[in-house]
Design a protein around this ligand. Sequence first.
Ligand code: SAT
Ligand code: MN
Length: 611
Amino acid sequence: MTATIDTQTTPPTTHAGILAWVTEVAELTQPDAIHWCTGSDEEWAQLTASLEATGTFTRLNADRMPNSFHAASDPTDVARVEDRTYICSVDERDAGPTNNWMDPEQMKDLMRGLYAGCMRGRTMYVIPFVMGHLDAEHPMFGIEVTDSAYVTVSMRVMARMGTDVLRRIEELETAGESPQWVPALHSVGMPLEPGQADVAWPCNDTKYIVQFPEERMIWSFGSGYGGNALLGKKCYALRIASVMARDEGWLAEHMLILKLTSPQGVTKYVAAAFPSACGKTNLAMLKPTIPGWTVEAIGDDIAWMRIGEDGRLWAVNPEFGFFGVAPGTNEHTNPHAMETIRKGNSVFTNVALTPDGDVWWEGLENTPAEATSWKGEPWTPDSGELSSHANSRYCTPIKQCSILADEYDDPRGVPIDAILFGGRRKTTIPLVTEARDWNHGTFMGATLSSETTAAAVGAVGVVRRDPMAMLPFIGYNAGDYFGHWVGIGKDNDAAKLPKIFYVNWFRRGDDGDFLWPGFGENSRVLKWVIERIDGQAAAVETPIGHVPAPGSLDIDGLDVTEEQLAQALAVDADEWRAELPQIQEWFEKFGDDLPAVLWSELDTLKARLDA
Ligand code: SAT
Ligand code: MN
């Protein structure tokens, strides 16, 4: 039995372009019904009820987690599928060496074959959405068409969507502004024959996540999960937006945005890029351990940054929710996230379900004596298996975050003072290093490396280069992307641009233990960063940049000795020499497309290590 959704027969828009596209998609995919999303509470209630009816959702105990739901995906559909993700630029060269590429017309032929009749037996949801503010100078619209109610519900958490968006597009159209909108087509790829029962998590073994950069268009097929299916997030706000940013002179980056206020009331804004599942969300909502300092959140995953009239780099978070990794999230690692989640209105995917109707995951307090694992099997702490998938997620409205900065609602965003690049490395990379200048910072970003995590399908723990933490998200030739970064430095007043730092919370000592406690204690590193910008903290120059001078990083009251800190900050010339051929090999991938400036930075690094 399926609960019914209102399906209007008359589309609620007169926008010819949108109507034509939706009609074309419906003719190709053959849905039983079309529902234009309003974004209302009633719609949420209907959709979540229909998801309960199909067994996709289990409603959680309202006393613990009001208006919230548990979902378990198909065990084969648990993360972004990078090997199935394509940048279909007209010219193969424009996809560059880090992306999969196929000729766009060939890809469209192939995918039209997959899409033909793929929504039979299902409702097609039309989701008008905007990434960023509806009242931005140029609102960044999109229309996602999907046959997944799960995706529709999740999109309502993650993006501003619904009738208001449609009205704004029409308004601008009427004013003669022809606002751009990104068509984003998604199907789980599992049509239903008449009488065929649905499964809790429909998907298809054949998956394609495809960006057409010239057309600013997204086609996704076969997966219902996260970044593969919520097309406003990685596909639009990073891959397609990075192409727009290249063409228009701004930056679309995989960065959190936070506001830091000192005991003296001085406010700074920090943007930070880390690969998925490296603690970015924790840093975004950090609870400082040093007295008098406060952190407010603005974004946890994506930053769009434009040079303002004042010459500074202004950032907005284009998203409306948090899509955070659940395992490891708890009262210690991220108390603000826990508080945000507990307010409800959330969707949990691939975590465990407790007998009293709550969710649980590894690392959360109060381990239950028994639970149902993400695979739907009975689980106890002695099961010898994880209760939750390592990439299981909470999906929660950002407005519930009690430390959300007021500036979140400002369409102009915030002026960024510091950019941090970070990865997960057991060795070599110090706790914090300050770049000498913008180009050196671009070199740090371009050579960023990290041990892989469960956020993408594939081996975990392997060191890979992840430039600006954007490897799976750069929508064009990464060589050109580095050139774009260099260009931002060249075309603007360096004194007004943010200072760049490289951090590594994950360095380990000889005993294999972490050298730095991380989490709330990372506020100490932020404090040093801010004090550097204000010319207050001391640093020593090393071949790789400036690291904190002894005594300059505040470890007052912390259970870390000066010796441990020295190890965390050490620049080991031999480790770095071992890194050089890897960087060389990485750069060679880009051939002539790598900006010469980055080769000079590598030469400088070599020379400094030998000096
Ligand atoms: O699945 S998502 O791509 O949305 C999450 C992530 O990898 O950061
Ligand atoms: Mn991310």
